[in-house]
Ligand binder design. Structure first.
Ligand SMILES: [Cu+2]
Length: 184
């Protein structure tokens, strides 16, 4: 359902872009025979930029409210999971992770329906923290950055084994970064 609406939005934007190209192509053909000269070109540019801003404005107003930064902002998480990404693994813990002494981490089990807050940081370089569901669809993601803690809130509805993968190329062992947790 959501995939369909994203596809429709993409097709609508692609269609608008094609119409703009066709308009510019067709109108620029008679430019030489036109007495308007530079005025005509400026007018075209004005309309092109206006349409571009309208299209971008529609796109931004549709996508920005879906930004995960606003997810569950008015609820208190009942569960906090601490994540430290490093070359080339993820450390997951129920307790806060000290970057100087990260420890061994915990096996993470999450209940369906509870609001989880992942507090994500990195022990070395920038990494990605992406959660993939049991059917390998991406569920949610944020960046793991050294010196920062990024908070990602989520409620899991489907039980199963979830994978964590790195979404940012972080070195020659990047593809080895994989971890799992269970939702029951
Ligand atoms: Cu990576």
């Amino acid at each position: 359902m959501q995939h369909t609406s994203i596809l429709l939005l993409f097709l609508a934007l692609a269609g608008a872009a094609i119409l703009i190209f066709i308009y510019v192509f067709r109108t620029s053909k008679n430019a030489n025979s036109d007495e308007g000269g530079m005025t005509n070109a400026l007018r075209k540019r004005f309309w092109f930029i206006l349409i571009l801003f309208i299209v971008l404005g529609i796109f931004a107003s549709v996508t920005i409210p879906k930004s995960p930064y606003f997810l569950f902002a008015d609820e208190q998480p009942s569960r906090v999971v601490h994540i430290a990404a490093a070359q080339y693994y993820f450390l997951m813990s129920n307790e806060a992770i000290d970057p100087k002494n990260p420890g061994a981490g915990d096996t993470i089990e999450i209940n369906t329906g509870e609001l989880v807050e992942f507090r994500v940081t990195s022990l070395d370089v920038n990494h990605g923290f992406a959660i993939y569901g049991p059917n390998n669809d991406i569920v949610a993601q944020t960046q793991a950055m050294p010196g920062y803690v990024n908070r990602l809130r989520w409620k899991f509805t489907t039980p199963g084994t979830y994978n964590i993968l790195c979404l940012e190329y972080c070195g020659n062992g990047h593809q080895l970064m994989k971890s799992t947790f269970t939702v029951k």
